[in-house]
Each structure stands twice: as structure tokens, then as C-alpha cells.
Design a protein around this ligand. Structure first.
Ligand SMILES: [Mg+2]
Length: 122
């Protein structure tokens, strides 16, 4: 698990550095700036919406033509999530595993409870 945490965080750093090097984290004078978190979250959501459209229409991606649009847009969403997480200094790798472990303890995630009236259907 530890190596996965490290790999996830390394990927987050790489995604953030790509965005920094692309100029997304600097103003027009080259000065480092913070970005509007609401805007960044909406951009993540926009990638998820693109993935949904690809799935809905069973489309192939127009850039990576050998991949489905859904797969590529999910990758875009991950890239944006990693960029945002790294910009905030989050330990996303650790948090993913911590949340996975916590979710195993949740009553509302247990199959028998999900099948009850009012349980989570999806
Ligand atoms: Mg995209």
C-alpha cells in the first residue's frame, strides 16, 4: 500500500508540474498566483460530464483515437484532481487508502443495508 500511496502522490506532483509549466498557475507577468477553487472544481466536473457524453454515445476519443472518450475524459478528470490536490499540499494517496478503509466500516455501504427500503440503490 505504501508504494501505491507514493505513486499516487508522485503522479499528483507530475500533473501539477505540467499545469505549472503550462502557465496555468502564473499571471500574465509570470508571477505565481492562486486559482479560484470553485473554477478548478467545475473544470473537474466538466471532464466527468465529457466522460458521461462519451459513454452515452459510445464514442472514441478524438485525440487518443485508440481509446474511448470515456476513458480519456476520466484521465483528464484525474489529471485535474491531482493538479488541484497537489496545489493544496494534500496527501491524496494516503487519503484515498484511509477513505477506502473507512468506507468498509460504513453501515450504509453494506449490501444488506443497501437492499433495505431507503438504502442506497447506486
Ligand atoms: Mg477533456
Amino acid at each position: 500500500m505504501e508504494k501505491n500511496i507514493i505513486a499516487i502522490n508522485e503522479c499528483a506532483k507530475e500533473c501539477h508540474m505540467a499545469a505549472v509549466n503550462g502557465g496555468w498557475w502564473h499571471d500574465d507577468n509570470g508571477v505565481k498566483k492562486d486559482r479560484n477553487v470553485g473554477e478548478l472544481l467545475c473544470l473537474i466536473h466538466s471532464e466527468i460530464s465529457e466522460a458521461m457524453e462519451g459513454a452515452r454515445k459510445d464514442l472514441m476519443d478524438t485525440h487518443l483515437k485508440h481509446k474511448t472518450m470515456m476513458e480519456v475524459e476520466l484521465a483528464d478528470a484525474m489529471i485535474r484532481i491531482f493538479d488541484l490536490a497537489e496545489s493544496r499540499g494534500f496527501n491524496l494517496g494516503e487519503t484515498i487508502y484511509e477513505k477506502l478503509a473507512y468506507n468498509k466500516t460504513r453501515a450504509d455501504h453494506k449490501i444488506e443495508n443497501r437492499l433495505k427500503k431507503g438504502g442506497k440503490k447506486f
